[in-house]
Ligand binder design. Structure first.
Ligand SMILES: [Zn+2]
Ligand SMILES: [Zn+2]
Length: 264
C-alpha cells in the first residue's frame, strides 16, 4: 500500500527519514515553504514557547494542513544535559499524524551528542578547537552581538583569525540538521524507531503506535521482597481505545541498595 506523507522541513530531513519509511510504502514529500524557525530556533534568536514534543506535533499537523495530504510528519531536535548532569544529550522526535484516521505516533532517539563550545582568545586555542571538530560538522562564531552561522572549519579558521584581533570570541557547533553529520545519524535512527512504532498496532483496534512507553515501578527487593522504585514492568496503552498490555523487564529482583526497607 502506497502512502504519501508531507514532511515539514527546510533542512532536507525527508532524505534522512526515507530509508526507514520507504519499506513501509511511504513516499515522503518535503515542504520547504514554511519558516520552521518561527517555532523557535537553535541559535536562540527566537525563544521557544513549546516543548520539543509539542513542536514536533505542531509541525506534523502543519505539514498535513499545508500539503492537503492525510499524513504529515514533523521533527524536532533538542539538546540538554545528560543523565546525572553529565555531557550533552540529543533528543530527536519525529511525529507523524494521520488526519482522517485521527492518530499521532512519535518516533524518538535519545543519546549522547558531541556539542562542543569554546571561548577562544589565541590562535593556538583556535587551532586546537578546530582540530577536534569532526568532518562535515559546521560551526557558529559569536563575538558580542556579532554572529556567523553555518561555517565550515576552513571558513571558520579564516574568519576567527581576523576577529581575534578584536578580542575573545565564542565557537560552538551549528547543530541544525543539514550542518551536523552526527545529528543526521540520530534523525535516521529516530525515523527507524518511528517505522517500528507505526508497524506496532493495538491488538484491540489496530491503531498504530502501540508501544510499551510507560514504566511501572515496584521491582521487588532481592532480600525482603518489598517494592522498590525500579521498573517492574512496562505498559503499552492505546491512545484511541485505552487497551492495555503489560510486558516483563529482564530483571526479576532489585538489588537491596535500591530498597526503601533494607537501605532507607
Ligand atoms: Zn486500541
Ligand atoms: Zn529489601
Amino acid at each position: 500500500m502506497s502512502q504519501s506523507a508531507a514532511v515539514l522541513s527546510r533542512h532536507q530531513k525527508a532524505a534522512l527519514m526515507a530509508p526507514a519509511l520507504q519499506p513501509l510504502g511511504w513516499q515522503l514529500i518535503e515542504l520547504d515553504n514554511f519558516d520552521t524557525d518561527s517555532l523557535g530556533s537553535f541559535a536562540g534568536e527566537r525563544p521557544r514557547f513549546m516543548s520539543p514534543y509539542e513542536c514536533a506535533l505542531r509541525k506534523a499537523a502543519l505539514a498535513a494542513e499545508l500539503s492537503g495530504l492525510d499524513v504529515g510528519i514533523g521533527s524536532e531536535g533538542s539538546f540538554a544535559a545528560g543523565p546525572y548532569g553529565l555531557g550533552t544529550y540529543n533528543l530527536e522526535l519525529i511525529c507523524c499524524v494521520h488526519i482522517s484516521q485521527g492518530w499521532a505516533v512519535t518516533g524518538r532517539f535519545y543519546g549522547p551528542a558531541q556539542a562542543q563550545q569554546w571561548q577562544i582568545q589565541t590562535l593556538s586555542q583556535l587551532d586546537a578547537a578546530l582540530a577536534s571538530v569532526p568532518a562535515g560538522q559546521h560551526l557558529l562564531l559569536q563575538q558580542g552581538g556579532y554572529l556567523q552561522k553555518a561555517l565550515s572549519t576552513e571558513k571558520c579558521r579564516t574568519l576567527a583569525s581576523e576577529r581575534l584581533a578584536l578580542g575573545e570570541l565564542q565557537l560552538s557547533y551549528d547543530l541544525r540538521a543539514h550542518l551536523s553529520p552526527e545529528r543526521q545519524q540520530h534523525i535516521a535512527l529516530a525515523a527507524q524507531n518511528l517505522a517500528e512504532r507505526l508497524q506496532s498496532r493495538c491488538p484491540a483496534c489496530a491503531t498504530p503506535g502501540f508501544w510499551p512507553d510507560i514504566a511501572i515501578a515496584g521491582l521487588p527487593c532481592e532480600s525482603c521482597g518489598a517494592p522498590t522504585p525500579l521498573t517492574a514492568q512496562k505498559q503499552a496503552c492505546c491512545a484511541r481505545c485505552q487497551h492495555q498490555q503489560y510486558y516483563p523487564v529482564p530483571a526479576q529482583y532489585a538489588q537491596s541498595q535500591y530498597c526503601p526497607e533494607c537501605n532507607p
